[in-house]
Each structure stands twice: as C-alpha cells, then as structure tokens.
Ligand binder design. Structure first.
Ligand SMILES: N[C@@H](CCC(=O)N[C@@H](CS)C(=O)NCC(=O)O)C(=O)O
Length: 216
C-alpha cells in the first residue's frame, strides 16, 4: 500500500486520521513524527511536498494530500470496504461534507485560535473571545444533533472528525452537560467506541499534558 503519514499525536486533525485508519484496519503505514517547535514543517523537503506546511500530510506512493478531511475521505473512498463512513448517495454525502466543513471552519478554527497564544506567545490563560468561539461551536453542535450521530443513525466521518476537535476543545472549555445535553451524550457515545479509544485517547492524553505544562 505504501502509505506515509506525517503527524503529531497532540494534533486533533492527525487523530481523526488515526481513527479512520483504525476503523479501516489499515496497519501498513509509515508514521513520520513532526516536531513543530523545531520547525520540521518548514524544511525545504516538507514545503516542497506541502507548501501549506500543515500536518497531517499523507503520501500514498507519489500522491500527496493534506488536510485531515481530505485525507479521511480519500482513505474511505480508496480503501474502505463499503461507503458507511462516507456515503456514495449524494445527498447523504452532502450532509457529511456539511459537517466536515463545519469542523474545519468552526471547530478546528476555534481550537487553533485558542491554542496559538498559549503555545507560541507564552500566554497562560485563554482569551475570552477564543472561549466564546468554542461556545459557538458547542451551540451549533447542540442544534445539529437530532439523532444519535451527527448526520443520522450511523457513524460517519462527520462524527470522527468533529470528535477529534471536540475532545481537545473539551480540555480547554469543559462541555457543560446542562447547557449542552445532546452534545454531552454524543461525546460520551463517541468516547466508548473502540476506534476512539485506540485512535484518539493516547494523543488526547499527550494534548492534556501539553496543555497542563503550557498554562501552569
Ligand atoms: N484543516 C487542517 C488543519 C491542519 C493544521 O493546521 N494543523 C496544525 C497542527 S494541529 C499545523 O499543521 N500547524 C502548523 C502550521 O499551520 O504551520 C486539517 O484538518 O488537517
């Protein structure tokens, strides 16, 4: 298969890729650990591959893609045994895409905005406007959740990508179960899945440690 994944375990987008690899039972992957503090993502070699200098980046042979949403949809399309995680039906797929774009533009954006001042500018507390962005994400999800899962009654990439970011956001601003009962129940449901335990929990623990050491 020849897959190579450039990654960092604290990164929520990378963890969504791990969860999908777990579900698809893809084990033949070479993992390349990236140290962003040492600016591994700014080497000539990396920039040539991904000028946007983000992780995760996936190489499948000579084919290179980045952005966790693109990577996870590609993996299901290319290697999935069925279309359960990313339905071929265009309307069902559009609903998954809707949540994936929400994840990227609202949840990940809120996570990044909150973490950059802490990780790169030495700030010790989260800025109010960044906590407000996170609340906005929680409020939307509470409204989206009309069934067990984000697009209906089965797990899709929408749940996997969103829960990776939600699990990190929950470390910054714990989800209030009174304000957000549906979100709380969905998060608990996701947390019990084997793919979450294997693919998300170890990196989330590293993120918790990173956060603790950065804000104390
Ligand atoms: N939307 C992208 C976000 C990727 C991203 O920004 N990752 C962060 C780490 S969590 C990163 O690479 N930061 C370094 C940079 O942007 O230079 C995805 O889902 O993959």
């Amino acid at each position: 298969m020849g897959l190579k994944l450039y990654k960092k375990d604290t990164s929520a987008p990378c963890r969504s890729v791990y969860m999908v690899l777990e579900i698809l039972n893809i084990t033949d992957v070479e993992y390349v650990n990236m140290n962003l503090v040492k600016r591994d993502h700014y080497t000539d070699e990396y920039l040539k591959m991904n000028p946007q200098h983000t992780i995760p980046t996936l190489k499948d042979g000579d084919f290179v893609i980045w952005d966790s949403h693109v990577i996870t949809t590609y993996l299901v399309n290319q290697y999935g045994k069925d279309d359960a995680l990313y339905p071929k039906d265009l309307k069902k797929r559009a609903l998954v895409d809707l949540r994936l774009h929400f994840d990227n533009s609202v949840l990940f954006a809120a996570l990044k905005a909150a973490m950059v001042p802490i990780l790169y500018h030495g700030e010790k507390t989260f800025r109010k406007e960044n906590l407000d962005n996170i609340k906005t994400g929680y409020e939307f999800l509470e409204k989206f959740l009309t069934g067990l899962w984000l697009t209906g009654d089965s797990i899709t990439l929408a749940d996997i990508c969103c829960v990776a970011n939600i699990s990190s956001l929950n470390e910054i601003l714990p989800i209030d179960n009174v304000l957000y009962p549906k979100l709380t129940a969905w998060f608990e449901r996701c947390s019990k899945q084997e793919f979450y335990i294997k693919g998300n929990v170890p990196g989330l623990q590293s993120f918790q440690e990173l956060l603790k050491s950065s804000i104390q």
